[in-house]
Write a protein that binds this ligand. Sequence first.
Ligand code: ATP
Length: 462
Amino acid sequence: MDSPRKILVVDDRINALKVLMAILADEGYEVLTATSGEEALDQYHSHPDLDVVLADLKMPAMNGLDLFRRMSYESDAPPFVIMTAHATARSAVEALKQGVADYLFKPLDYEELSIVLDKAIRQRRMSRELATLRRRVEAEGSFHGIIGTSPVMAKVFDLVRTVGPTDASVLIHGETGTGKELLARALHAESPRTTGPLVCINCAALTESLLEGELFGYVKGAFTGAAGDKKGRLELADGGTLFLDEIGHMSLALQAKLLRFLQERTFEPVGGNTPRRVDVRLLAATNQDLKQQIEKGKFLGDLVYRIEVIGLDLPPLRQRGEDIPLLVEYFVDRMSQRYSKPVLGVSSRAMQALMEHPWPGNVRQLENVVARAVILSKGQRLGLEDFSDLLGEEEAAESPDGGIISGLPEEGATIKDMERELIEKTLAQCGGNKSQAAKRLGISRKGLYEKLERYGLAESQD
Ligand SMILES: Nc1ncnc2c1ncn2[C@@H]1O[C@H](COP(=O)(O)OP(=O)(O)OP(=O)(O)O)[C@@H](O)[C@H]1O
């Protein structure tokens, strides 16, 4: 059986403390009490396993907010709920800004008290779980920055660990956006060449003559405009690794020149006739079926044997749907930092829809979709409506997202949560126009301003 939840109640009014103690004990809490901030700190130090603290704001010597600050210096402090009089709504907002989990107005509504405490405890559990998940991603879910814990990705990582340290050429197969370049970087990082350079070139991005010059370099006067000698990427990769992306797009003439290099380990720059020797490991990637290209006479069979000593298949994202939640969390974190938007996560319905999407553009598409949703989102959690471009307006509308307003409220949502979200959503729908939003909400403009202030939304809306 679960052990009872432990609460510390802090109030300098003994009678109020007694009432709360009785109510909370009735609710199954193990209740500890303190009549001052100092006493509360002592209790906390003797009981570091507290699940939640409920403290009055107004107390002599150390007030509730001071107590919160003192406690929050300690690592993993319990969630803190503050009780305050209606007349001091401003201090409630201030307390929220400082990081308390929630506040309650006095006289207390005991039903609300129970919901708020429950929610604070649950949120803490969730944030702990999220922190564990993040640590897991760091510890085992990420391999050289490649996110994935699915069995297919575990196999890929194993193979990289095995072939990475060798000098074998590797050909990576995979649809566009599956992470082929990331994998090439991981292979380089796992090799002794990691102290040397990793040089990448996309064979589909340049015309044949430009690619030849880029790859092999040229000497002064090799062609009009070649005003001086230029080292090619092959030479720049000396002592390291050269990654040829989209190798299937290379012309037959260039393939032949590359094949010669792989056989002899020497090459000549464009316009030059003195062979140069370099020590380079070759990695390549393609999203084409090279066997078919060979049959069509578009690719040299001999070159494939040379570049595909080891073949590595990177599965499309739709075959590793179980990696999507980790990838989404990872991209939400990165994008919210990059664009300074405090987005905390994705609703479970939206996550489900993302997991079921076929992702023709694979991880790159997922990354772009999350970035867009984070940039455009108005709330702290991404819901189905934030992905309506991707999932289609209809799907998003037919299955209204969890949120609190559409569909059923989330478990543990309080009336305050619902009001706050309703205001946020209405404002977003009205493009931030407060008069319009107030009209839709059926309240006065002044009333709306008061609520924005109370929920700490005033700044973000101005
Ligand atoms: N497993 C992953 N974890 C984290 N990020 C990933 C993962 N896979 C791909 N990405 C990200 O997705 C984007 C595309 O990856 P990458 O360029 O490696 O794909 P690619 O297969 O080489 O694409 P293309 O075939 O178009 O060249 C990059 O921003 C990369 O960081």
